[in-house]
Write a protein that binds this ligand. Structure first.
Ligand code: 1YM
Length: 657
């Protein structure tokens, strides 16, 4: 019999079951990242209520039963009956796809973007979800469950019963609690650090908003609860980023304005360092790849300061304009923009595409900076910025000469066999791997042990210099970095071009001791400061040599940490010998291949940067001039051999430092 579908059945097909069939389509992935998306969706709604001026406080709690809850003290979600759906507004929001977002587009013009998948998606992917609404002195409640019935039919996010009045209350707001479904997600445990970090970031981006984070899974009462509240907003954020750096001026420059529907805020604080740290956001979402808002800001900033430099006679008529990079040397900056219907583009959806935003931001910054530059009390710092840029331009010119000379001498971008590099034979960059190996002796083993079809070896002699404390010209004249840059083929800084990358896996191989950790940190700092795209695009890895060898007769086990060692010892039984590897150099070529280089056996940790701002701060603390913050940090995170204590945040095996 032919099957016919009536309207009712079609409705079912478009219901929340569709979300459970293809969760990836709605939240991108069912990995830990997707799990956290559920939470961000609800948090976003709470923050919207606050940025619309109705709530002053958001509370996020991770409960012991694995559920998460979010509360805001705003108006409370709509409880009145929906005109056509014959259920309360809140039930519509949680059970109808797409309706889940916001009915009224004007009120919620700035929300969503990356997450905005709707609260109904969270419901669909939860075992249960409860909503408590405190509104008009009444406490309302509704509970939804997802089950599979006897016939195997999936029931997604169905209300147990319609919205109920529970009683009277003087409270205000909405409380949502949900348990992610463990049949959907690979791992249903929320990461307390991830949640804490994002909430802190949101608190910085929403000045005056109090965000309380409680992780009830933590036993220690003192570290269970954290409150984030920043009256200065992004002004406090740049100060925090500059902890450990020497700021050139106490109070950050703060510019704020609106043009058409674009709202833009920026906080700027110069340091005496040489690197530029710019963090931009659109509708509270980080835009690590920049976009039209950044372009608009940079254009206005460079133009205004060049005009100013001429006005005060620091640049003469015959002088060329200073470049944007020159003006941004040593600058730490947070730029946040609110945009209607943002379009996110790029590899990681981290670049704003909307072309109308560039002129809007450019206009706002031009106007605000005009006022700032005219203000008498800003003259000292404005002049210091110009002087710093002039110096930067001189140094840049010197660096360009060094680079050009090096290039002429075929040192930077030609000849694959330059220096100590042992190149591989294969020509396909996608397949090729570059091992950066600590020490000549390990380098020798690696050369003999490798598969030379696609594995290249670059041994490092001693420690390369700490790029954090050096200018571009010094970095370029360092031999270790020069051979590395040459080997990679990408050039660096402004000249960096990812298309020229010769090895799609760049693997740092250093000893599992303090020196090894230091070398690793130095290399990561170099990549982060001068080849950020390399890290952003997931090309950088950390090789993990084993720490122990357990041998019994001809049988050998390798253990990469203490836990594994216990397992190996168990497998071996009595009468085994144990060797602790102190360095890569202790392994012969065959062992090095088998344990660390063979793609089918080895452990690699991909270095990615989800939180570039935090990575920046940690690099400053660990590699910068100030001793005290570093000592504090190291005292707190002292075990260098634990992967999660690598110097960049969030290193882990798949996709997210
Ligand atoms: C813990 C999460 O979702 N708070 C929240 C959501 C809404 C409202 C208030 C709200 C909005 C409006 C009117 C309005 C939402 N409303 C909608 C919808 N916190 C949380 N607090 N009354 C209440 O926009 O006019 C979606 S969310 F759809 F009704 F607009």
């Amino acid at each position: 019999m032919a099957k016919t579908y009536d309207a009712g059945q079609l409705q079912v097909l478009e219901g929340l079951e569709a979300v459970r069939m293809r969760p990836g389509m709605y939240i991108g992935t069912t990995s830990t990242r997707g799990l956290h998306h559920l939470l961000w969706e609800i948090v976003d709604n709470a923050i919207d209520e606050a940025s619309n001026g109705f709530a002053s406080e958001v509370r996020v709690t991770l409960h012991q039963d694995g559920s998460a809850s979010v509360y805001d003290n705003g108006r409370g979600m709509p409880v009145d009956e929906h005109p056509t759906m014959h259920m309360s507004g809140v039930e519509v929001i949680f059970t109808k796809l797409h309706a889940g977002g916001k009915f009224n587009n004007d009120n919620y013009a700035y929300s969503g973007g990356l997450h905005g998948v709707g609260a109904s998606v969270v419901n669909a992917l939860s075992k249960w979800l409860t909503v408590d609404i405190f509104r008009d002195f009444t406490h309302y409640k509704v509970r939804f469950t997802s089950t599979v019935d006897e016939k195997g039919k999936c029931l997604a996010g169905i209300a147990d019963e319609p919205l109920q009045r529970v009683g009277n209350t003087r409270k205000k707001g909405s409380l949502i609690r949900f348990l992610p479904d463990d049949t959907i997600f690979e791992d249903v445990r929320f990461n307390g650090d991830t949640v804490s970090r994002r909430l802190q970031e949101l608190a910085y981006l929403n000045r005056g908003l109090k965000i309380v984070f409680t992780d009830e899974r933590i036993k220690d009462a003192e570290s269970r609860e954290k409150t984030f509240l920043y009256e200065g907003g992004i002004i406090d954020y740049v100060k925090y980023l500059n902890d450990g750096k020497n700021a050139m001026h106490e109070e950050p420059i703060f510019l704020e304005g609106q043009k058409d529907s674009v709202i833009c805020r920026v906080a700027i604080q110069y340091t005496d360092g040489y690197t530029e740290s710019m963090f931009s956001y659109v509708n509270n979402i980080p835009t690590g790849e920049g976009g039209s808002h950044e372009t608009g800001f940079k254009a206005a900033f460079t133009k205004m300061f060049n005009d100013y430099a001429r006005r005060i006679g620091a640049l003469k008529e015959k002088d060329a304009n200073l470049s944007g990079e020159d003006f941004r040397e040593g600058l730490s900056c947070v730029l946040t923009t609110m945009v209607k219907n943002p379009q996110f583009e790029g590899q990681t959806k981290g670049r704003l595409g909307n072309s109308e935003v560039r002129p809007a931001v450019e206009g706002i910054i031009t106007q605000q900076l005009t006022d700032w530059l005219e203000n008498l009390k800003n003259q000292d710092i404005a002049q210091a910025i110009v002087q710093k840029a002039i110096k930067a331009a001189q140094v840049r010119e010197a660096a360009r000469k060094t680079r050009d000379n090096a290039r002429k001498a075929n040192q930077l971008d030609a000849a694959p066999l330059v220096g100590k590099l042992s190149a591989c034979r294969g020509k396909k960059a996608e397949d090729n791997e570059l091992f950066i190996v600590e020490g000549d002796s390990a380098g020798g083993s690696a050369k003999q042990g490798r598969d030379s079809r696609y594995q290249a070896i670059l041994p490092l002699r001693g420690k390369p210099l700490n790029a954090e404390k050096k200018r571009l010209d010094q970095v370029l004249s360092n031999e270790e970095f020069r051979s590395l840059i040459t080997a990679l083929g990408t050039s660096i800084d402004e000249g960096f071009n990812l298309n020229n990358l010769r090895y799609h896996k760049v693997i740092i191989l250093s000893d599992a001791d303090q020196d090894g950790a230091h070398i690793r940190a130095i290399l990561l700092t170099f990549f982060f400061r001068y080849m950020k795209e390399l890290v952003m695009n997931g090309h950088v890895y950390i090789g993990m040599p084993p720490l122990y060898k357990v041998q019994k007769g001809s049988k050998i086990w390798y253990a990469y940490d203490d836990k594994e060692l216990q397992k190996c010892i168990k497998s071996a039984g009595k009468g085994y010998t144990l060797q602790r590897y102190k360095g890569l150099g202790e392994m012969n070529p065959e062992q090095l291949w088998a344990t660390t280089m063979d793609p089918s056996q080895r452990k690699l940790m991909q270095v990615t940067i989800e939180d570039a701002a935090l990575a920046d701060r940690r690099i400053t603390i660990l590699m910068g001039d100030k001793v005290e913050p570093r000592r504090d940090y190291i005292t707190e995170h002292a075990d260098f051999n634990k992967p999660d204590n690598f110097e960049l945040p969030d290193n882990h095996q798949e996709g997210g430092v």
